[in-house]
Write a protein that binds this ligand. Sequence first.
Ligand code: ZN
Length: 296
Amino acid sequence: MELKFKSLSLFEFRERFPDSESCIKYLADQKWSEGFKCVKCGHGNFCRGGMPHSRQCTSCRYDESPTANTLFHQLKFDPLKAFYIVYFVSTNKKGITSTELSRKLGLRQKTCWGFKRKVMKGMKSSGNFPIRGEAEVDETVFGGQEEGVRGRQNKDKRLVVVGIEKKRKGVSRLYARVIENADAASLGGFMNDHIDLAAKVTTDQWTGYGPVKKDFENLVQVPSGKKGGNFPELHRVIMMLKAWLRGMHHHVWHLQDYLDEYCYRFNRSFMKDGIFDNLMARMVKTPPCTLKNINA
Ligand SMILES: [Zn+2]
């Protein structure tokens, strides 16, 4: 299962974003693509503000910059370099480490790490594209010995529920969530957020899926078979996800953000076009977060 991206080439990217000014203008165009509405008073008219491409409300005089209230809020380095980070994270088939970003962009590794974490927040699933048709769901353990599924968790070991949409012999959509327990509430919560109620869902015979059937009428439970032999596509996806994570990140801290990043690229590998602009649009609509919040 090769992930393919026919997205913005580096050449096209450089043409579109030759300097910091073009980045700020792009952010302003994205931010107010559906018109201006003052965040302080709701007024709809503006005049030019005091900062590059900022807009000032003609009623309360609040001057809003293109980066305010977005994931670019209080960016401490050149926006052009921030755009390069978004570009590399969204278009590299397997993503990119902060060490590589640091080398490419001449920024401190910690700076790249911090901003990349913000980009990952923009990759969180909107919940707008549920799995339809044929679905499979299972849980797995990340970290530790990766044994004893549903066992106790600690800081080196996390339980994750994974759902896929099957198309012919492949997988067309993927979601994953860190859960505290493999109980009906956690499994059902994940499924309600990411799977269409009419989907034909297959799970193993774990009791946690029993109560979920009242929402998912077409859910069937089958024995998982030896080493998950009845769920070959699902287990191949899980194996690839774990292999990627081992290469990218050496522990299970912040695991949900890494799962979101992986699923985001996986699900968009079928769309091919527009991954950079899609991610930018999300970053502009996602409220700012400080690194302190991110690390919590
Ligand atoms: Zn106002």
